[in-house]
Design a protein. Structure first.
Length: 507
């Protein structure tokens, strides 16, 4: 009785482990954009002999003349040979890597009112450039996996705005990499040595300090820094007067650091050479085509306003379980009592491969269903935009809204909308583009934050360039338009849109 109880517990544990693996596989596939999914499917086809490409019906059987000429004995011999070949193939590949594929890297897209139509192509991306640099570093296997995850966690500016504690948890849950935060931080320090300078900074302040340190190194000749006072002064500003620096209070900086006019002008000039968005700088160096992507959805809008879409499956073939493996398992199950040890090992291996093949097929199908369900909900929510392409018509929409509409978990919606793109009549957009927080006006009407940013952008573009509007003036203008937001909020949105303060916009 006790032995039976133990066996039952072991079976339940095995079922829980399989369920966990299947869930992890689905999470990995949901995170992947189309191009990486294609690679994953091809890799699984190569690794698992029980997984095959589906064939068209006319390719399944040879219908040419003479195809039925085999007698029953010959057919049996032929089937036995097929099963034996499948068994030999299984035994040859036994012990190969059966681990689930690692999840793909991901990129977070900032939510702003600007967008560009992306161009398709084959040029190396910004993240690939960083991975190339990683390839020449001396890293352990674990460090390499952590580095890949860190690179995938960088935002478009090249900064790492994810907390290391969260990254530590994600590595443990999704990658089975259980390491202390200190180890991740050590890998991050190595990432921060990559080009361009400032990559991997956890804040704007750290990003600028990294660039100053690199500048000191680059300017040094034979270990001697020719401009130690200048570099020290630059570090002093960023470390000890950062708030005044971001607010452009140079008079305060000059007074506190006891500098003369020439010194403060030189300091200003050098600090303005620093780049707050090193990731964007790399994209410019490599060319605009580094942003090339393959859309996951093709959205079509007819002249009468009907919006339809298709899921782009790219070059992903139809998948099926290998019939020869199924037959082999059935044959050995029927002869279970007469099997020797080698046959039993082969049977166990074949069953594992069959389970994994079916699990992979189910995960791919579930990924497709989840993506279709999510995109359908997004189109229904933002229908007006898909009809006329006017950003001002976009409604406030957060992850939780789509989660409720689809009855999916918010984390699932987040994974679906991460590095996925939709090609529309008005351009190609990341799915994150369609999400925006809401702002409640005085009359109780909810509007998208994006709409406020559009209004702010229009005000700045239309201003007198000889007397640009201050943040206070912009706040007053927005209030007249029905958006009574605070000056500090105006400043935040202005920075997100890429506009400098009024003094620096003056022409």
């Amino acid at each position: 009785m006790a032995q039976k109880l133990i066996q039952t517990q072991e079976q339940k544990l095995a079922q829980m482990q399989r369920l966990s693996q299947q869930q992890m596989l689905l999470v990995h596939l949901l995170e992947m954009p189309l191009t990486e999914l294609e690679e994953s499917v091809n890799a699984e086809l190569d690794d698992n002999p029980a997984l095959e490409k589906g064939r068209e019906e006319d390719e399944m059987y040879d219908t040419s003349e003479g195809s039925d000429s085999l007698d029953n004995d010959s057919e049996e011999e032929y089937e036995q040979e097929e099963r034996q070949e499948a068994l030999d193939s299984a035994l040859e590949t036994m012990g190969a890597d059966d681990e689930l594929p690692l999840p793909s890297s991901y990129v977070s897209n900032k939510d702003n009112a600007d967008y560009e139509e992306m161009v398709w192509g084959d040029n190396t991306s910004f993240y690939d450039k960083l991975n190339e640099q990683m390839g020449i570093m001396e890293l352990s296997e674990q460090e390499q996996l952590i580095m890949e995850y860190l690179i995938g966690s960088l935002d478009d500016d090249g900064l790492l705005r994810k907390d290391l504690d969260n990254i530590c948890d994600e590595l443990a849950i999704y990658h089975n990499i259980d390491v202390p935060v200190k180890n991740i931080e050590n890998v991050l320090y190595k990432l921060q040595t990559m080009d361009p300078a400032g990559i991997g900074g956890r804040s704007l302040q750290e990003c600028l300090l990294l660039q100053i340190q690199r500048k000191r190194t680059d300017d040094a000749e034979e270990g001697i820094d020719p401009y130690p006072r200048l570099h020290n002064a630059m570090e002093d500003v960023i470390k000890n007067h950062f708030d005044d620096f971001t607010k452009n209070h140079w008079d305060k900086i000059k007074q506190n650091m006891q500098l003369n006019d020439t010194q403060i002008e030189t300091l200003q000039k050098e600090l303005r050479k620093l780049n707050p968005k090193p990731g964007a700088a790399l994209a410019e160096t490599e060319g605009r085509s580094t942003q090339q992507i393959t859309p996951d959805f093709i959205v079509d809008t007819s002249d009468d306003g009907i919006v339809t879409f298709t899921l782009n499956n790219g070059n992903i073939p139809e998948l099926k379980v290998s019939p020869s493996f199924v037959e082999m398992v059935d044959a050995y199950n029927a002869n279970n009592d007469n099997m020797n040890r080698r046959d039993k090992e082969a049977l166990l291996y074949a069953k594992e491969k069959l389970d994994k093949a079916q699990g992979f097929i189910n995960a791919v199908k579930q990924r497709q269903q989840t993506l279709i369900l999510t995109m359908k909900a997004i189109i229904e929510w933002q229908h007006d935009f898909f009809v006329d392409g006017d950003e001002a018509d976009m409604k406030p929409m957060i992850l939780e809204d789509i989660a409720k509409k689809t009855n999916l978990d918010k984390s699932t919606i987040s994974r679906v909308s991460n590095i996925k793109y939709a090609q529309t009549k008005w351009g190609t957009f990341p799915l994150r583009f369609f999400f925006s927080d809401k702002y409640t006006r005085e009359d109780g009407q909810e509007v998208s934050i994006r709409k406020i940013k559009i209004a702010l952008k229009e005000l700045i573009n239309a201003e007198d360039k000889t007397a640009p509007l201050s943040d206070d003036s912009l706040a007053k203008e927005l209030k007249q338009k029905g958006f009574p937001i605070a000056r500090r909020t105006v400043a935040k949105y202005r920075e997100q849109l890429g506009f400098a303060i009024a003094r620096l916009r003056k022409q």
